[in-house]
Design a protein around this ligand. Structure first.
Ligand code: GLY
Length: 439
């Protein structure tokens, strides 16, 4: 017994030294994060990680302990990345800064060709501003809208890059919303087995979510994001000034994703959306979302676990979006998809927030529940017997749960307004949904 206490005291002393060393290591990681931030470099550096692991194995004298030490180091590096990310750094993402589009030259590589991809709905001046700062650039415009997130547009883009004679040392710059970043990012990952990509998101949705975290994809045979890569851009430049030309409906579209992040991670951010005086400067909202997203992505870049939390509201949301046949924007469908997944008291707080942001709180058009379930069935989150969902039991918290198909169907009924009734969460102010003023 006495011997046990002695060994425990020894472990306590070792742990105290480890805590001090841990603090010193994280402080060093923060300095590296600041350097990477300043130089537009990603947090993750696989070559350096391999070097750290190799060195570590040599340092442990007892061979039987080496695999455990390697596991400890891997965990340490993951925590280090998460800490760096919590400081606001996410794979080369620069914190929002007004006017940063005009300073693209500071980041873009010199002496190479830059293929600037944008869409017909983005003010041409934004792509031209980026192109004008490059040594040699061309602008490629795809039609505005989700339909361009297709294998056909991807092929046409790759062929245009080929015709332009782009080599592996050239790069691609995406200027626009989530569709442009997803499409161009995928093209950059595929062309000549990969060229560098730079994102200049110009919609709020892309700034807080789509352009950050390294997901690229196109849709295939009606299945959203069915073909894609996890691939980090070299840098993401967020210039909130570009939001000045964003139609109000598109702004609300992005705010839905910001509310999603607040609900699952940040009660203080959610309170800002509840404030009758308004949520405050948009760059602060973007920065808060980036901190959340950066921490999640740094901990689980490839969506093996934690990153699934970013799908909160998206399971039902994607199904509703598909069944709505283009009448709902992504964020609008996510707003609807979040409601049934919240605890009742959270839902009661969410409804007025969505209403204030002019986002829908119920479906008042003919929504075929079977069609929604069919679309969910094709979703990557679908598992045997149901689908993986994220729930919010309290503001700022989340939980993962598999929901069966019958349960999903009854959850859907919470947001489908019955003809001639108020519907479960129905509020008269939103009777104008869905709107048909798609920009
Ligand atoms: N938009 C969800 C994610 O980036 O994982």
């Amino acid at each position: 017994m006495e011997e046990l206490e002695q060994v425990r005291a020894e472990i306590d002393r070792i742990d105290a030294s480890l805590a001090a060393l841990f603090e010193a290591r994280m402080a060093a990681a923060a300095k590296i994060a600041a350097w990477k931030q300043a130089n537009g470099r990603p947090i993750r550096d696989p070559a350096r990680e391999a070097q750290v692991l190799a060195q570590g194995a040599e340092r442990v004298a007892e061979p039987a302990m080496r695999p455990y030490y390697a596991a400890f180091q891997k965990e340490l590096m993951a925590l280090s990345r998460a800490y760096q990310a919590s400081l606001g750094v996410c794979a080369g993402t620069l914190l929002p800064e007004r006017g940063s589009l005009r300073r693209a030259a500071e980041l873009l590589p010199k002496g190479c060709r830059v293929f600037v991809v944008t869409d017909s709905g983005v003010p041409a001046a934004y792509a031209e501003t980026v192109a004008a700062q490059c040594d040699c650039a061309g602008v490629y415009v795809v039609p505005q809208g989700e339909a361009s997130k297709s294998p056909e547009t991807l092929t046409a883009l790759l062929e245009a890059m080929l015709r332009a004679g782009l080599t592996r040392s050239d790069c691609l710059a995406a200027v626009g919303g989530g569709m442009v970043c997803d499409l161009a990012g995928l093209a950059a990952g595929l062309y000549m087995r990969g060229v560098g990509s730079y994102y200049f998101p110009t919609t709020l949705l892309a700034m807080v979510d789509a352009a950050v975290g390294g997901k690229t994809a196109v849709n295939l045979a009606g299945v959203k994001n069915a073909v894609g890569l996890f691939r980090q851009p070299k840098a993401v430049v967020i210039d909130p000034d570009t939001l000045a030309t964003l139609p109000p409906r598109q702004l609300a579209n992005g705010l839905a994703e910001a509310v999603k992040m607040a609900l699952t991670h940040d009660a203080a951010l959610f309170a800002r959306f509840e404030d009758p005086a308004g949520y405050g400067p948009i760059e602060e909202i973007i920065a808060a979302c980036l901190r959340i997203k950066a921490a999640v992505v740094a901990a689980d870049e490839r969506e093996a676990g934690l990153r699934r939390v970013l799908n909160f509201g998206h399971t039902l949301g994607h199904g509703i979006e598909a069944a709505a046949g283009g009448s709902l924007l992504h964020g609008e469908a996510v707003a609807l998809g979040m409601l049934p997944m919240c605890a009742p008291d959270v839902r009661a707080r969410l409804i007025p927030v969505l209403e204030r942001l002019d986002l829908p709180t119920y479906v008042n058009f003919d929504l075929d529940a079977e069609q929604v379930l069919e679309a969910i069935c094709h979703d990557k989150k679908s598992v045997a017997g149901g689908v993986e969902t994220v729930t919010v039991p309290a503001v700022g918290q989340f939980a993962f749960r598999t929901a069966g198909w019958n349960e999903l169907k009854s959850l859907l009924s919470a947001i489908i307004r019955q003809q001639g009734t108020g519907g479960a969460d129905c509020h008269g102010q939103c009777a104008h949904w869905p709107r048909n003023d798609t920009p």
